[in-house]
Design a protein around this ligand. Structure first.
Ligand code: AHR
Length: 485
């Protein structure tokens, strides 16, 4: 198959906020306990953090980490997780039907964020929690005065405030699987009142309202809380529809999600215009991933090549929308629908690790205007009716004058002969190609074969006089192209 990519190197469309390379860790299965935190393991440091996991997380370039849930947070009381560990209560976790020991709590989470170099993002309990409890958590983390919760933090050994900037106003409260779920109106009222009190406690924070990927809910919530918040969330989990071809159905799902992101951008613009709101309201895609095989804990999904291509396509679509999507968190970090998979004696990187790694490392800060001309496949999942076989995203590192061209070939069998046309610049030599592909759509990584799918970097002297890249079937490639004059 053939495609043409046209890139205008002089036309910047948006600047990427690095918070889109975020992740999420929930108290669920082996994400926290036995994943990032395993006290007593020879692989853990003196605080109980698995050092091999932390290294793999750092390599992934995780910019912001959301915690502690997810569904878990709607029954979570933060006070259970601070203070001497031996005094912390065990509780029923009614979201995932487990027992929560509270050995990992707020201060452990903050220490972990420091270890991996990520910004902390706390999600509040608006299921069973109260406004008071939310404000107390904020005061515990951020206040530097003589009030009770600031003193309590000091008593727990943390003199300086944690200064947590990002706070989520609850998780998925629209769904009846959520503890304390609500109608849009009920949620909007509670979110509004909570937001006011949080801002009065610390005016510097950024607040994320809970969206539902549905126009009725998102419009109602935005209409009520837009004045008080900085973001609205959207969650996307990709899986094939049972009555459709597995590969094309799965690979169409990110495009359907992107269509909703465009709709949500319109809703935000509408509310800001109607209510004359000056401050920006971004979209926080604060949970997303491929997830369809295991619906019950431990959710230890094993990812294949097709899943990696699906993740790569969504990373292109997210960055294409960088003007609106300014936070994104893959769900989740370790073991639970995750790019990193552990057992007591080691870990391996799942297939989806590599597109995340490539996006965080091999991407410029500036999204360039570009377009892709190629065939597509029809899909009832998208309003557009069809999905292009090739997804392309051009970004520029303006300081080094390096162009990064991310090309994702969704075709399961055919390579894509891709002609690359630049306006306003020419390609220098010393091009590098970072490629993720494999022989079979179902190939997975495992402890026995940890590198079946991984990222391979090749140096190319040039792409020829008529620059062309042959994108292998089911592949994600990033071409790193220094620009000449
Ligand atoms: O990531 C797994 C779960 O998916 C989260 O707990 C919840 O928010 C979502 O439904």
């Amino acid at each position: 198959m053939r495609a043409v990519v046209r890139i205008d190197t002089a036309r910047a469309v948006a600047v990427i906020d690095r918070k889109i390379y975020g992740n999420f860790a929930e108290h669920l299965g082996r994400c926290i306990y036995g994943g990032i935190y395993e006290p007593g393991s020879p692989r853990s440091d003196e605080r109980g953090f698995r050092t091999d996991v932390a290294e793999a997380v750092r390599d992934l370039g995780v910019s912001i980490l959301r915690w502690p849930g997810g569904n878990f947070v709607s029954g979570y009381h933060w006070l259970d997780g601070v203070g001497p560990r031996e005094e912390r209560p065990h509780r029923h976790d009614l979201a995932w039907h487990a027992i929560e020991t509270n050995q990992f709590g707020t201060n452990e989470f903050i220490a972990y964020c420091q270890l991996i170099g990520a910004e902390p993002y706390l999600c509040l309990n608006l299921g069973t929690g109260t406004i008071d409890e939310a404000a107390a958590w904020l005061a515990y983390c951020n206040c530097d005065d003589s009030t009770y919760y600031a003193e309590l933090r000091r008593k727990h050994g943390h003199r300086e405030p944690h200064r947590v900037a990002y706070w989520g106003l609850g998780n998925e409260l629209y769904g009846d699987w959520q503890i304390g779920h609500k109608t849009a109106e009920e949620y909007a009222r509670l979110a509004e009142e909570t937001a006011k009190v949080l801002r009065w406690t610390d005016p510097t924070i950024k607040l994320v309202a809970c969206g539902a990927q549905r126009v009725d809910w998102d419009w109602e919530v935005l209409s009520r809380v837009a004045r008080h918040v900085d973001y609205i969330s959207a969650h996307f989990y990709f899986g094939p529809r049972p009555d459709e071809d597995r590969i094309t159905s799965l690979l169409a799902a990110p495009f359907a999600a992107a269509e909703y992101l465009d709709i949500l951008s319109g809703l935000i613009a509408g509310v800001r215009r109607e209510q004359k709101i000056d401050h920006p309201i971004g979209i926080a895609v604060d949970e997303w991933n491929v997830w369809y095989r295991q619906r019950k804990p431990p959710l230890e999904e094993q990812y294949d090549l097709t899943d990696a291509v699906c993740v790569a396509a969504f990373l292109n679509l997210l960055r294409e929308r960088a003007a609106h999507v300014t936070i994104a968190n893959l769900a989740q970090l370790v073991n639970v629908i995750a790019p990193i998979f552990t057992r007591p004696d080691g870990l391996f990187r799942q297939t989806i690790y590599w597109p995340l790694y490539a996006a965080a490392r091999f991407s410029g800060s500036t999204v360039l205007r570009s377009d892709v001309e190629c065939d597509g496949f029809s899909s009832p999942r998208v309003l557009a009716g069809s999905v292009p076989y090739l997804s392309g995203l051009a970004t520029l590192d303006p300081d080094r004058r390096v162009l990064f061209l991310s090309l994702v070939n969704l075709h399961p069998r055919e390579a894509m002969e891709t002609r690359i046309l630049l306006r306003e610049a020419r390609m220098a030599d010393r091009i590098r190609a970072h490629v993720i592909t494999g022989d079979h759509p179902d190939t997975i990584n495992s402890f026995e074969n940890p590198d079946a799918i991984h990222l391979v970097t090749r140096n190319l002297s040039a792409l020829g006089t008529e620059p062309t890249w042959e994108a292998p079937p089911l592949s994600a490639s990033v071409l790193e192209i220094p620009l000449g004059g």
